[in-house]
Write a protein of this length. Structure first.
Length: 639
């Protein structure tokens, strides 16, 4: 997508020439432009502008052709087809007023009602005066004020399964459920920051303003927060405290936050501002982040391929009973698995940051078309194409990260401990090899650039909610009983969505959203082909998932075999629990080391029926140093 950014820069240059003498210098937002991307502007400043040459490099024609968009973003326009076995990551449990949903990969928002299913990448939007509540698989909730938008995150992006969300614009209040043993922190993304919550029952609100700045405020509990400028330097934010985050990802000092003043906060930031200048800043930030995304995906590809190949090598050592070989392999394999998930969190953060800038830029254009059109129209199709970034992440998470979680349980020291907590059985061959804690230095040396490390949580064993480690069961949504946390005294949540502003809040759209995708079809999630710089990022696995209703068997499908927690493949004791492993370059192994197994080239179709007997009790896990398991009072991971 590097030429996406170049196109946006060219569009800015022409717009600035057209508006010369009328506007102030555009504000900067997001990461600084790379030297090569800034070359057109530098060349223009070195040579006197010639009127006849000014339009010599017009912006490229909008990408309205689905094939061109697929080449540009790595996935074709259109929604995703998922297995019938896979339930939603979240549900819209309340909708008051005009509430709309944009399904992942689609460009249009459509009216939505309570009980609508929401999957990773879906976006939820409220109009002025409306409100909505989303309930996640982990019993956490998100409440949206009016004129707000959030996106549902992927549960496959972190090593430990956990729900996640992103605030694209406006204000959302999250009631984060207490973590179950083996569950990861709830992550909330904003354009300039990432928040980790859930060490206890946390209530945190996140606001994103029209200028891309944000605020994170904690009502109860405590969260961990990092700005994009210093992802590797998180800070703790306690109850009754808030932190402002600049559009560039710089954190201000923590301040007291005694009352819910979101209406005043939004009103102050909406009181002034130039719509064209703000839209230009968002578009520039979008181009910068898309360039970073290319690099982040390349990093994720390299790391996850290394981890999956190492997992395949470990399976071969299991078959050969090569304990010494596995003991030598395990430290590097554990580091590559951990590094893969850190890279994946960075990809998710950049994806949601890009979508936030695209969302706000378009909303500014729809409300102020005469002012914003000169900078928005030349890149409108590419802004629409940002919704495909969410689709791309969903496919990568399903095809590449979901099978990697099984490797995490088998070959990573923390994964070994968590496997026993979530009912995953580590093959005895692997379990008898002692694993030392993975050195942070060895992990960070594998990842290019700073990354956010999700906080390690002290977990209380008394939390008894069901944890789905592969994918959500469809039936969970019928059992929702959780309610959002009560508001603090004197909180005026409705006012937070009814501000009369100048830019977005309370301002009606002057023109309708225009379609640019053309005729599109939904893509089966296991067959989407992804590219980064022209190279495929994941294999085009085409595996079917189904369930035989009468017999206790699954058609092994997807990369997780369609198996829920506790379901293991039939075979020798040392092979049980490996699930379906995605060995890149070595084919797909069904059942982790069951004899010769069932092997197939990655690109080929595989459909295998396997019996699902009751699994044996988990073996004892030996882990040396740094990881403590307490019989009472919870579990402490890390130092």
């Amino acid at each position: 997508m590097r030429h996406v950014r170049s196109s946006i820069v060219v569009a800015f240059t022409l717009a600035a020439l057209a508006a010369c003498g009328k506007d102030k210098e555009l504000p900067k937002a997001g990461p600084a432009a790379s030297p090569d991307a800034a070359m057109p502007a530098t060349a223009a400043s070195e040579k006197p502008p010639a009127p006849a040459e000014a339009p010599a490099t017009p912006p490229p024609a909008p990408l309205a052709d689905p094939k061109a968009l697929a080449e540009e973003f790595g996935v074709p326009p259109g929604g995703l087809e998922r297995s019938k076995l896979e339930g939603p990551e979240a549900v819209l449990t309340a909708a008051d007023g005009a509430v709309l949903v944009r399904k992942v990969g689609e460009e249009d928002f459509a009216p939505a009602k309570a009980s609508a299913s929401l999957f990773a990448g879906d976006q939820i939007k409220t109009e002025t005066g409306a409100s909505a509540t989303v309930t996640f698989l982990d019993d956490s909730t998100a409440q949206l004020a009016g004129d707000s938008a959030i996106a549902v995150g992927s549960r496959d992006v972190t090593a430990d399964p956990a729900s996640a969300a992103a605030v694209l614009h406006g204000v959302a209040r999250f009631g984060v459920s207490a973590r179950a043993p083996g569950e990861g922190p709830f992550l909330v993304f904003a354009p300039g920051a990432v928040v980790g919550a859930g060490a206890r029952a946390d209530v945190v609100a996140v606001g994103v303003a029209a200028d891309g700045s944000a605020r994170v405020a904690v009502e109860t509990g405590e969260v961990v927060l990092s700005g994009l400028k210093q992802l590797d330097k998180p800070v703790n934010l306690a109850a009754q405290k808030s932190i402002d985050v600049s559009a560039a990802g710089e954190l201000a000092a923590a301040a007291d936050w005694k009352s819910d003043d979101w209406a005043a906060w939004r009103g102050k930031l909406e009181a002034d501002g130039d719509a064209r200048a703000l839209a230009s800043a968002h578009l520039e930030a979008l181009g910068n982040l898309e360039t970073e995304l290319d690099d982040a995906y390349a990093d994720l590809t390299t790391l996850s391929e290394t981890a999956l190949k190492g997992d395949a090598q470990a399976e071969a050592q299991l078959s050969a009973k090569d304990e010494a070989g596995y003991a030598k392999l395990a430290p590097a394999l554990g580091a590559s698995i951990e590094a893969s998930y850190l890279a994946a969190v960075r990809v998710e953060g950049l994806t949601f940051g890009s979508q936030s800038h695209a969302y706000v830029a378009e909303e500014l254009y729809l409300r102020h078309p005469d002012e914003v059109g000169v900078v928005f129209t030349p890149v409108a199709a590419r802004v629409h194409g940002s919704v495909l970034l969410g689709k791309k992440l969903c496919v990568v998470a399903t095809q590449r990260l979901r099978p990697l979680r099984l490797a995490f349980y088998a070959h990573h020291p923390e994964g070994r401990v968590h496997a026993t907590l979530v009912g995953e059985v580590v093959p005895p061959f692997f379990a008898k090899v002692k694993l030392r804690p993975v050195a942070a230095g060895s992990v960070h040396a594998l990842v290019h650039g700073p990354v956010f490390v999700p906080p390690r949580l002290a977990l209380k064993a008394k939390v008894t909610k069901k944890l789905m480690v592969r994918f959500p069961e469809p039936a969970w949504r019928a059992k929702i009983a959780v309610k959002p946390p009560a508001f603090r005294a004197a909180a005026d949540w409705k006012a937070a969505g009814s501000v009369s502003g100048k830019l977005l809040v309370g301002v009606k759209a002057a023109i309708p959203r225009v379609k640019v995708f053309g005729e599109v079809k939904a893509t089966p999630i296991m067959s989407a082909k992804l590219t980064v710089r022209g190279e495929p990022i994941v294999s085009g696995m085409r595996l079917k998932m189904d369930v035989a209703h009468e017999a206790s068997e699954h058609v092994a499908g997807g990369v997780s075999g369609g198996m829920e927690r506790g379901a293991k493949l039939k075979g020798k004791a040392e092979s049980i629990g490996a699930g379906v492993k995605g060995g890149v370059g070595a084919g797909v192994k069904i059942g982790g080391g069951i004899g010769a197994g069932v092997k197939g080239g990655i690109g080929g179709g595989v459909g295998v029926k396997v019996k699902l007997p009751k699994p044996p009790p988990p073996p004892k896990v030996k882990v040396e140093g740094g990881i403590k398991v307490k019989a009472k009072g919870g579990i402490k991971i890390g130092n």
